[in-house]
Design a protein around this ligand. Structure first.
Ligand code: SAM
Length: 218
């Protein structure tokens, strides 16, 4: 998803440094305790949040947790910020940055859950390293997740799903939930599911949604 640069979004991000970290230097540590009102709450991170429908809904449903939306594009970060301000989500921070530097931005073992939703599939094999489930990214997730933490992944792309299962398996990860049709699982799973923008669009076309939950073991 490439969004055209929207001047209002760039301006809004510039006006809210307390809510958005705009392309911070990976060499300088982020003090999250200064950005959240209660740093003792569990931390959950979404990588590649897009316009933020998933993470803003989750943050609204769980005021007892802290959330960070990691998003490369400033216009998308501005759209997430607009919702955060409208809904007064004090427990959501936005990190406009490349997930390739995730391990510089978060302390080791500081997060409970990492969400990857409808990540760019990068189907060409020469772009494998850009996939957010490539082994170098998995190593970064492992570094920042708590020992009992886990990864939740959803996609409509069968190729990326198959690749990711193999990549996680080769990395020694354990799966505790897999689905090749998330929207037709039992009622409890379907009701709990929070749809992302992409998920809503693809499910409306009748595409199955693939999902998995995995951890790195202890
Ligand atoms: N998660 C949203 C959804 O399901 O509707 C957006 C999906 S969109 C296909 C992928 C998003 O991931 C884009 O907004 C893109 O800018 C972001 N993204 C891709 N690579 C990234 C990276 N390395 N670091 C941070 N964000 C990234």
């Amino acid at each position: 998803m490439r969004l055209r640069n929207k001047p209002w979004a760039v301006k809004l991000v510039g006006e809210h440094p307390e809510s958005v970290l705009d392309r911070p230097d990976p060499a300088s540590k982020i003090d999250w305790s200064k950005r959240f009102t209660d740093i003792s709450r569990p931390l959950e991170i979404e990588v590649g949040s897009g316009k933020g429908r998933f993470i803003t809904t989750l943050a609204e449903q769980h005021p007892e947790k802290n959330f960070v939306a990691v998003e490369l594009q400033i216009t998308a970060a501005g759209i997430i910020l607009r919702t955060k301000l409208e809904k007064k989500l004090d427990n959501l921070q936005i990190l406009c940055a490349d997930a390739a530097n995730l391990d510089s931005f978060f302390s080791p073992h500081s997060a409970e859950t990492i969400y990857l939703n409808f990540s760019d599939p990068w189907p060409k094999s020469r772009h494998e390293k850009r996939r957010l489930t490539y082994k170098t990214f998995l190593a970064k997730y492992q570094a920042i997740l708590a020992p009992h933490g886990h990864l939740e992944f959803k996609t409509d792309n069968a190729g990326l799903y198959a690749y990711s299962v193999l990549s996680m398996n080769n990395f020694g990860m354990h799966f505790d939930f897999v689905s090749v049709d998330l929207h037709h699982e039992n009622d409890e799973i379907v009701t709990r599911n929070i749809e992302t923008e992409y998920e809503h669009k693809f499910a409306a076309k009748g595409n199955p949604i693939y999902a998995l939950h995995a951890d790195f073991g202890v």
